[in-house]
Design a protein around this ligand. Structure first.
Ligand code: LLP
Length: 425
């Protein structure tokens, strides 16, 4: 994070708190979350898009405190399950500022969305229209958007590309499914179509795919106006904005994105004679990713013929991203100075697979040894939220730091937590 500062003794402070002290006090592995940075990132989006609704994608990281921060900063919320939705509403998040997603919403998801009164449900399939229309109360009218697929390949990894026609999300513009879904929804008295949605992928570092997406969706809005006589008032362009995981990597600048998207939207609407729809954005990673640091303790150092393996006390159970997407992190030694020249090492986790690798070919001081602490930047998004119970090591705690104080937001998962659900004999 920006607030991290190297002190002379090799210590690193985040939010005014020493990572070494945090590791000693709360144990390792530990996720450290810089509250001020989260709030600043929310403000960056609000400033870049003052005319838009910015909704935070809860899947990146969800906790009661995080919900409070984003709410206080004026953001809405994107959820994709009854669980995410219920936690949000239970902490006082206004349901009308919540957008519900999902390519396969369960009956419980739809019931929770309707029962708690979410602002918008983003319809993802033809079958969902039928199922949703059947459960909206007779005296109700639910606002919906249609998730459309603009046919764009963008995103940091094949597994997070959602803008192409041949994947599971949304309804294709190219093959006419999007228009068909729009027509069906307009026929439903208890569904109110407020706009179109598209989320083209994740970890996208360039603005061009967003501009192309806006152009294609505005073209579709014009056809909808021609066919049905309705000008849809809203356009949600999803999230997916890239962050830097390692020094030198590119991130997507919210201000640059805002300028280009606004220009395309205004031009496109002027050409088509459409009123400019109200924009929604759904950043997740860009809000919380850079605000988190994962801190591990080194447990073993091993030299093989070709490699030096530095093994830490966490791994693929608290960060599946290297194994899933081939992402490479940049761990660094914290807590002590070292004048020993660096050498290239492979940082591995503690789990029972050779693929449990956090970082390959990273330079660490040659004297790195058991007991040392390694900090992994950009660990705020899709780490805890994707953590698993593999090997029953227990998921790490989340510690918020701000103005020199640290407090636990989510405690470490204990064996008791994990064994409680194991009730058969
Ligand atoms: N909106 C929708 C409809 C989404 O599906 C997502 C992410 C977002 C917004 C937020 O995207 P973001 O701004 O965070 O990129 N587990 C993967 C990322 C999966 C993203 C899924 N959808 C990873 O760790 O890279």
């Amino acid at each position: 994070p920006r607030s991290a500062r190297s002190a002379a003794a090799g210590d690193v402070r985040v939010g005014g708190v020493s990572l070494t002290e945090t590791a000693d006090r709360f144990g390792t592995p530990v996720y450290v979350l810089d509250e001020r940075e989260v709030r600043e990132r929310c403000r960056t989006y609000r400033t870049a898009f003052p005319e838009a609704d910015v909704v935070y994608a809860a899947k990146a990281f969800l906790s009661r405190a995080m919900l409070r921060w984003v709410r206080e900063e004026g953001l809405g919320l994107d959820v994709c399950s009854a669980g995410e939705l219920e936690l949000a509403v239970a902490t006082g998040f206004p349901p009308e500022k919540i957008v519900m997603h999902g390519n396969a919403k369960s009956p419980e998801d739809l019931r929770a969305a309707l029962g708690l009164g979410v602002g918008r449900i983003v319809v993802d399939s033809d079958s969902e229209i039928t199922r949703l229309a059947a459960v909206v109360p007779a005296d109700g009218r639910q606002k919906v958007m249609v998730r459309v697929v603009p046919g764009i390949a963008a995103g940091g990894h094949a597994k997070v590309r959602t803008g192409t026609d041949d994947q599971k999300f949304g309804l294709s513009i190219t093959d006419g499914s999007a228009e068909h879904a729009v027509a069906r929804i307009l026929d439903q008295p208890h569904l109110e179509l407020v706009g179109l949605h598209c989320h083209i992928g994740s970890q996208i570092a360039s603005v061009q795919p967003y501009v192309t997406a806006v152009r294609r969706v505005v073209d579709l809005m014009a056809r909808i106006r021609d066919q049905h006589g309705v000008a849809l008032p809203q356009l949600d362009i999803g999230g997916g904005h890239a962050i830097a995981y390692r020094p030198g990597e590119e991130s997507l600048n919210a201000g640059v994105l805002a300028g280009r998207v606004r220009a395309e939207l205004e031009d496109g609407c002027a050409r088509a004679g459409l009123p400019v729809p109200r924009l929604t954005l759904e950043p997740g990673r860009a809000i919380v990713g850079p605000a988190g640091v994962a801190v591990y303790r080194v447990l073993a150092v091993k030299r093989t013929g070709e490699h030096t393996f530095v093994a830490v006390d966490g791994g693929m159970s608290d960060n599946p991203r290297p194994a899933l997407y081939g992402v490479r992190y940049a761990p660094r030694l914290v807590g002590r100075p070292s004048a020993v020249p660096p050498r290239l090492v492979t940082v591995v986790g503690r789990h029972c697979e050779a693929g449990d690798v956090l970082a390959e070919d990273v330079a660490l001081p040659g004297d790195v040894h058991p007991g040392d602490l390694l900090a992994v930047p950009a660990a705020g998004a899709y780490h805890l939220s994707m953590a698993s119970g593999y090997n029953l090591v227990g998921r790490p705690p989340v510690v918020a730091v701000s103005d020199g104080t640290a407090r636990v937001l989510v405690r470490r998962e204990s064996l008791d937590d994990m064994s409680r659900r194991d009730i058969g004999l």
